[in-house]
Design a protein around this ligand. Structure first.
Ligand SMILES: [Fe+2]
Length: 332
């Protein structure tokens, strides 16, 4: 359950925290900062970011939108230097994000509870590991992912970019989410084959369910062609079916987690960025991944542990443990 602060005074304790974050995002005097919110946004977040941006001399204003923003505000996003995306729904995949990023806008998504933001503050040490990982992934053409539970996937990245997320949107056209700590990419959507096994204890993020009985998915030409297993597989089949959209089953993104402070037992961003995880997602990927091609209302992330990972012939992970020195956490 989401807990919202009941008093507007909650903002007072957030101003200093958000000012630090805006400084990391390189907000300078006179820059245009847009706070994008909707009817479900935590009110204290908008107020505190506004105070923090004002303290830095930025030209800041807040948009409150009733539902999906899209066309009505895309021009505002494109003309902003930095958008703080405070919307309450899933908001990483859509043309508004793609267009704004291509226009050079920096976008930072902030939607986690305050205690999660404080626990997973941006870290320079993690940033280095994320950037080292993104460099390896960017150079790769093919990804091979395996696990003791039976995952054996070959995905084709070819010349697509890699995205390194470290909770800071500090350069033009950069999207990030606080908290994060991930290296990922959008593989070629109509290629990729093999078997994905979501093992016991792995997470079906949209359903907020830890799997008990393994879920076996067959992937052909970049699409899930079958989902088999027990109760979780049945629920997942039901979730996919309700979209009535072939694109729901299509590969969206794949990567690994880098945040060693993330707690696997806290469902949400903690699973997404968990140190040494393998995350894979299906459905929409236009937006954050500007080279992505899939539009859909569906998007489902599966953070999984104990996987092995190869980028071309270079092994980066063995059963959830990084085997490349520069990707491994060695202390702050
Ligand atoms: Fe995702």
């Amino acid at each position: 359950m989401t807990h919202f602060a009941s008093s507007h005074l909650a903002a007072t304790e957030l101003v200093a925290l958000f000012k630090d974050e805006l400084q990391l995002c390189q907000v300078k005097e006179g820059e245009r900062v847009v706070l994008h919110s909707d009817s479900g946004t935590r009110g204290a977040y908008g107020a505190a970011f506004m105070g923090a941006a004002m303290a830095l001399g930025a030209d800041v204003f807040q948009i409150v939108h009733p539902s999906a923003p899209e066309k009505a505000v895309v021009e505002v996003w494109k003309r902003a230097d930095l958008v703080i995306d405070l919307s309450s729904g899933v908001h990483a995949y859509g043309d508004i994000i793609k267009e704004a990023l291509l226009a050079g806008t920096r976008i930072l998504r902030v939607a986690s509870p305050e205690h999660v933001l404080r626990r997973l503050l941006p870290s320079e040490e993690m940033r280095k590991r994320v950037e080292a990982g993104a460099k390896i992934m960017k150079a790769g053409k093919k990804l091979r992912i395996t696990s003791a539970h039976g995952t054996d996937l070959t995905l084709h990245k070819e010349d697509r970019d890699a995205l390194g997320l470290y909770s800071i949107a500090d350069s033009p056209g950069r999207w990030d989410i606080w908290p994060s700590g991930m290296v990922c990419c959008a593989p070629i959507e109509d290629k990729g084959e093999g078997v994905l096994v979501i093992g016991p204890g792995d997470m079906m993020l949209v359903l907020q369910l830890y799997v008990r009985e393994p879920v076996h998915m067959e992937i052909r030409d970049g699409c899930i062609t079958s989902i088999k297993g027990g109760l979780e597989a049945d629920l997942l089949n039901e979730w996919f079916r309700k979209f009535n959209d072939p694109n729901a089953y299509r590969l969206a993104h794949v990567g690994w987690g880098c945040e060693r402070r993330a707690d696997w037992l806290k469902p949400g961003q903690d699973n997404e960025c968990y140190y040494g995880n393998m995350q894979i997602a299906f459905g929409a990927n236009v937006g954050v991944f500007v080279q992505g091609r899939t539009r859909s209302r569906a998007h489902h992330d599966f953070p999984c542990r104990y996987h092995s990972y190869c980028v071309d012939d270079k092994q980066v992970m063995e059963q959830g443990e990084f085997v490349v020195d520069e990707l491994r956490y060695k202390g702050d």
